[in-house]
Design a protein around this ligand. Structure first.
Ligand SMILES: [Ca+2]
Ligand SMILES: [Ca+2]
Ligand SMILES: [Ca+2]
Length: 1002
């Protein structure tokens, strides 16, 4: 093993040791943070505990008794009092994977935007969701909803329901988007007054029109799936291959290549190496152990390297400039700060001092070291810093260290870093220059700190950015600094620009200008034209820094700065502000990479999230700059288009692949602008447990009707395979229900198949359900026994009884204009180390938004073009294939029918591609076809197969079933409802048969 491989393994080992992990069968290190926006209510703590205790039992049940919640920590806000909470250690709001905060809606969700199988960002729950028990009715038991959200968060699976495509056609039949295939229900339209109406069918698409809802039967005979509807009592686990609905147009199929959730959890998730071999627990899991902790005012020690090498490139000056910015504009009031410097020896420059005024800040700034010499004994510095942190209360627990150094340690830092990690302090590390020790990164990763590796380019302003981002949010973003601008230029004349102050910010606004050599001429103009000249700014000659603190709340609009220099020098400007109002959270930007380390085998993705109070900001212009230690920089525009690297269109998360990898440490900086005034706040449905409109509680079983009903019979699978019939003699009302049991490896699944065509007045009769083995007999017409006359079938008293849930509280969905704004943000630095000697060639990205339409006999496919390298450049060619069989296309793309693409030449990545073609035969009405696309680059590297698009040929029906007709009487209405329900049941039966057949063949 070479040293690089060791480094990679070590890094992977260390990175997996942070955040949530599995300790045997139990999940530990789960942090649930309550935002400081939440007023004190100690019952919230009990509700969280109950949710996890109940969730642990569901989790255990869902995954074959393999896992449960073992230990969790609840972080309460600093202002909660009256109870002695334990002291928080490294827990923080921003790193917590479960966040409790107010939002526009009480809908629980997981903030998820990575690839299938990747961990999501966090689970969001509102205080009202936890406190108000009426929501249980809408979403299901909290413990089970938690397992649903946990599956998003931990295993990167997606929802199996769809609000946008609740219905689809499956070979001519209408089906509900659901998993398992054996979930049964009915379609109803709920009127404004709460009455039910049958769903109207769109004559063009033959799909129910908007407003039609799927109501599941309260009693189901399948135990999956939690990602579809956790509120159903029988649902306790995830969809496995034998019940998975491969065709449903839901996110799980789209994002995960039509793979069942169970398979993603066991084969692709972060737990894939552990779960398959984990032994089920012999007994029921013990209740989770909870800790409730609180973080009070920040206690920070700056530990600063003043070794001889800090004189290189005037690093010591830049350290002073950036630390001054931190002390003057970033650290909040009431925080305590100590300063330690180290080289050969270490020295306390300032003991812990509580910041209570501007003058305390200036006192601390004066104590920053300004001279550098000697060697780099990091342990001396680290140990003295820890000592300073103990001076207030005897411990370092929950305190913070900002450790800055520029080089390799003279001593062995491993000797002291392990101890420092164990103290429970949060350690942020800034490894200045290219040679800093890896232990610095590990200290940050393992203590919930932030790791930065700024380079020496003055104009990239990275050290200022690093210090400016060392905040520790409590979830109340009105208290945190917001960086509006950070930019630099080397010039011998003008350095001009505009910074937009938007409505959400303006308080404590500062412009900090740093020059390299000689004091330039500076002028700053407010939107209404007031000019701030140099006399209104403060100038620190030794720090080569000019500061303008705008008094009061800075006027919203475009602020213009003009800086003029007569000699060639580097200049930077940093603009920071705070919320304009205590009750309007500002627009914030978070930047991150999909991985903190890459060996080039898996593409890296750059993400920037633009939001305001959890609302996405869309249509903004977002650029990322990725800069290496050597100063080579790449600029990428990040897109929110739902194609390539971007998981969802218009979710305020802007993404792009980072393809031009380079060995070494790389920093990430993002700039955001509302360039053409198009940016909007929107309310967007996130991935999470579904709201259930209601249930069919009387599911038409014969036991519920009057005299003359029969109890349903149980049938075995063999009965089903040969023929199904039921003697309905004596029946006067209701439906016939058949229960079909079949055994899959490991469990018994009971499927119900209902029929609703008992006639009154025709006397005893045998209803032939046909032979499932023969697909042809199962046309919709066949189901009616050959009759098309509605009058023939009458229903007496067994219509569905639907229990409606209260409607979801409405949320304003009006997109709001954002107005001009600018933001900059940096992400943690990351590292690239190729296993081979050359950078890898990436194929075009997988197409994720392929859609298909059939009109007459022509097929129209649309998708977003991938590039030569993932989502950049232009791919060489496309290969389009289709099949009648979805599974066949998924599993054996190259043997599916090929479409001639010789005339199609790919456009540049991000363009809209459309290709229309005729198949060489007439497509039968009702036929469903499946399509997939692969792309190839110049080096013949092939992309993964796209998402599978499906299209059905539907001839418009001049008399579509269910078209609204006010003259119809109630009986007919009910029949129509049941007709729809029957078609669903029919699809179920076919699937059952198909599963059975596959099993036999297998
Ligand atoms: Ca302390
Ligand atoms: Ca997006
Ligand atoms: Ca390529």
């Amino acid at each position: 093993m070479d040293s690089r491989t060791v480094l990679v393994l070590l890094w992977m080992l260390l990175s997996s040791s942070t955040g949530i992990k599995l300790d045997g069968n139990g999940y530990v290190d789960i942090t649930i943070a309550i935002s400081s926006n939440v007023p004190q209510d100690n019952t919230l703590i009990d509700k969280i505990k109950n949710m996890f205790t109940e969730g642990s039992i569901y989790l255990h049940q869902a995954l074959e008794k393999k896992v449960y919640f073992k230990e969790a920590t609840i972080l309460v806000p600093p202002h909660w009092n009256g109870v002695k909470f334990d002291r928080a250690s490294t827990e923080s709001y921003e790193k917590a994977k479960i966040r409790i905060d107010n939002a526009d809606s009480d809908e629980p969700y997981a903030h998820q935007y990575a690839e299938c199988g990747d961990e999501a960002q966090y689970i969001h729950l509102t205080p009202n969701y936890l406190l108000n028990d009426s929501v249980i009715q809408l979403y299901g038991p909290r413990g089970k909803v938690l397992v649903h959200e946990w599956a998003h968060l931990r295993w990167g699976v997606y929802d199996e329901y769809s609000d946008t495509k609740p219905f689809y056609h499956s070979n001519g039949h209408l089906a509900a988007t659901r998993c398992s295939n054996f979930i049964n229900g009915e379609f109803h339209h709920v009127n404004a007054d709460g009455s039910l109406q049958r769903c109207n069918i769109d004559p063009q698409t033959l799909l129910p029109i908007e407003g039609c809802k799927y109501f599941p039967y309260k009693n189901q005979y399948t135990d999956s799936s939690i990602m579809f509807m956790p509120s159903l009592d029988s649902v306790i686990t995830f969809c496995q291959a034998n019940e998975h609905n491969y065709e449903a147009p839901n996110l799980q199929n789209k994002k995960c290549g039509n793979k069942p959730t169970w398979s993603v959890i066991f084969e692709d998730s972060v737990d894939k190496d552990t779960l398959p071999s984990l032994k089920p627990m012999q007994s029921s899991p013990p209740a989770p152990i909870f800790k409730v902790v609180q973080r009070e005012q920040r206690v920070i020690c700056l530990i600063l390297d003043v070794s001889g090498s800090m004189t290189t490139d005037s690093r010591i000056l830049r350290l002073q400039q950036a630390a001054t910015h931190l002390l003057r504009n970033i650290i909040e009031d009431q925080a305590s700060v100590g300063i330690v410097s180290f080289s050969t020896d270490a020295k306390i420059e300032s003991p812990l001092t509580t910041i209570d005024s501007g003058s305390t800040r200036e006192e601390l700034i004066k104590l920053l070291p300004s001279k550098a010499s000697g060697s780099t004994n990091m342990c001396n510095g680290l140990n003295l810093g820890l000592q300073v942190l103990r001076t207030d209360d005897g411990v370092e627990l929950g305190d913070e260290i900002i450790f800055l150094t520029d080089g390799e340690a003279t001593d062995n830092i491993d000797n002291c870093s392990r101890h420092a990690i164990k103290t429970g302090a949060i350690i942020h590390t800034i490894a200045f220059g290219p040679n800093a020790a890896n232990a610095l990164r590990d200290m940050a990763t393992q203590t919930g700190g932030i790791y930065f590796s700024p380079n020496d380019q003055i104009t990239s302003n990275q050290l200022m950015d690093a210090f400016a981002s060392l905040t520790l949010s409590t979830g109340d973003y009105t208290k945190d600094p917001v960086q509006l601008e950070s930019v630099g230029k080397t010039t011998s004349d003008w350095f001009n620009g505009t910074v937009s102050v938007d409505q959400t910010v303006g308080n404590k606004t500062s412009f900090v200008i740093i020059y390299q050599q000689s004091y330039p001429i500076i002028s700053i103009q407010s939107p209404s034209g007031s000019v701030y000249s140099q006399t209104k700014m403060s100038h620190d000659e030794s720090l080569k820094t000019v500061t303008l603190n705008v008094p009061g709340t800075a006027e919203p609009g475009d602020w213009k700065y003009s800086i003029q220099t007569t000699i060639s020098q580097s200049l930077t400007i940093t603009v920071t502000s705070h919320a304009a109002s205590a009750d309007v959270p500002p627009i914030i930007v978070k930047a991150r990479m999909s991985q903190q380390f890459s060996d080039g085998t898996k593409p890296m993705i750059v993400f920037a999230e633009v939001s305001q109070n959890y609302r996405p900001v869309i249509n903004a212009k977002v650029w990322a700059t990725l800069e290496s230690q050597t100063g080579s920089a790449q600029e990428l525009q990040l897109l929110d288009n739902g194609a390539g690297a971007d998981a969802f269109k218009d979710d305020g998360v802007y993404s792009r692949y980072f393809t031009k990898l380079e060995n070494g440490r790389i920093s990430l900086k993002v700039r955001v602008k509302n360039q053409d005034g198009q940016a909007r706040f929107i309310v967007q449905k996130k991935t999470g447990a579904p709201y259930v409109p209601g249930y069919v509680v009387n599911d038409g079983l014969l036991r519920n009707c009057g005299t003359g009903c029969r109890v349903d019979e149980a049938f075995t699978m063999d009965d089903l395979v040969d023929s199904i019939s039921a003697d309905t003699s004596g029946l006067r009302c209701g439906r016939v229900q058949l229960r079909i049991a079949f055994i899959t490896p490991g469990r018994v699944v009971v499927v119900s198949w209902r029929r609703s065509l008992v006639s009154a007045g025709y006397g005893p009769e045998t209803v032939d359900y046909g032979k499932p083995r023969d697909k042809q007999t199962h046309t919709a017409k066949g189901l009616y026994g050959g009759s098309t006359s509605d009058q023939r079938w009458k229903f007496q008293g067994s219509e569905s009884v639907v229990e409606l849930n209260p409607p979801k509280p409405p949320v304003s969905e009006e997109p709001l204009e954002v107005g001009s704004f600018t933001r900059t943000a940096i992400g943690e630095s990351f590292e690239v180390a190729f296993t081979g000697s050359t950078p890898p060639n990436f194929p075009p990205n997988k197409i994720t938004d392929l859609s298909a339409e059939i009109q007459e006999d022509s097929v129209l496919l649309s998708w977003t073009a991938p590039g030569e390298d993932l989502d950049q450049g232009t791919a060489k060619s496309y290969e389009i294939r289709w099949s009648y069989d979805l599974q066949m296309l998924r599993e054996s793309f190259s043997s599916a029918h090929v479409v001639n693409t010789s005339t199609v030449s790919p456009q540049e990545a991000g363009s809209v591609e459309q290709h229309s073609f005729n198949l060489s035969f007439t497509i039968q009405n009702g036929t469903t076809l499946f399509f997939g696309v692969q792309s190839e680059d110049e080096q013949n590297a092939k992309s993964e197969t796209s998402n599978i698009a499906q299209a059905s040929k539907i001839l418009p029906d001049p008399n579509p079933p269910g078209i609204s007709n006010p003259g119809l009487n109630l009986t007919v209405l009910i029949i129509s409802l049941c007709v729809v329900a029957m078609v669903i049941c029919f699809v179920v039966a076919i699937t059952t048969w198909a599963v059975r057949r596959r099993k036999r063949l297998g």
